[in-house]
Design a protein around this ligand. Structure first.
Ligand code: VGL
Ligand code: ZN
Length: 204
């Protein structure tokens, strides 16, 4: 069963949002085009309580993109984003959502960030995504969404650890820090991740 996982295509990550990803809106038509090539489409949503410890605003004297150690793990501090129930946390309005079978939310524990759609950054709390896919007999997953170098990247790493074959659809994903993305792609390729563009995919 061909499966597409759409990571965090939410308003706050779009150009003009508090944690804008360059070209974040440009990937949306590509994602919409390829959805019909897949038998199963699932999505993730960054979904933080308003006092989340990954926000610079939760730490006196800190500013966005500072780095701290949070409960023993390195943490980049972010601008407030994707607050539960806020308009910024909603899926971007142009993303076609009719074919999205399930949405897995993450980052709900105020003490722990969660980049991956599978596990939190401490690798303690599962979203259930792995079990959901395995229950359906899925062994291979395609990834797209935002940000390519953060939540998509960590989701791909976890998918490999969970035993899935992973593919990144590069033009359906966009990085927060484009300068460092070549290194990430190299690392993923070495791990056996297929990196393709949407033109390599074909309608069912
Ligand atoms: C993300 C930073 C903080 C992402 C989420 O979706 O890539 N990045 N929270
Ligand atoms: Zn977040």
């Amino acid at each position: 069963m061909k499966t597409l996982i759409i990571i965090d295509v939410q308003n706050d990550f779009m150009p003009g949002g508090p944690l804008e990803v360059p070209r974040g809106n440009m990937i949306v038509p590509v994602i919409n085009k390829v959805q019909s090539y897949f038998d199963l489409v699932v999505a993730t949503q960054d979904w933080h309580p308003k006092n989340h410890k990954s926000f610079a605003s939760s730490h006196f004297g800190k500013k966005p993109f500072d780095r701290i150690v949070l409960n023993g793990v390195n943490q980049t501090l972010w601008p407030d984003h994707c607050i539960q129930g806020s308009p910024g946390a909603e899926l971007y309005q142009d993303i076609e959502s009719n074919r999205i079978a399930a949405i897995f939310r993450k980052g709900m524990d105020p003490e722990v960030d969660s980049y991956s759609g599978f596990y939190d950054n401490n690798r303690q709390l599962s979203t259930g995504l792995s079990g959901y896919l395995k229950d359906k007999g899925i062994s291979e997953v395609h990834f797209c969404g935002l940000a390519a170098d953060i939540c998509v990247y960590y989701s791909i790493l976890d998918s490999i650890l969970e035993g899935f074959y992973a593919t990144l659809i590069e033009d359906a994903s966009s990085p927060l820090f484009p300068d460092k993305f070549d290194d990430i792609k190299c690392e993923l390729a070495k791990l056996g991740v297929h990196i393709i563009t949407s033109s390599d995919l074909h309608p069912k």
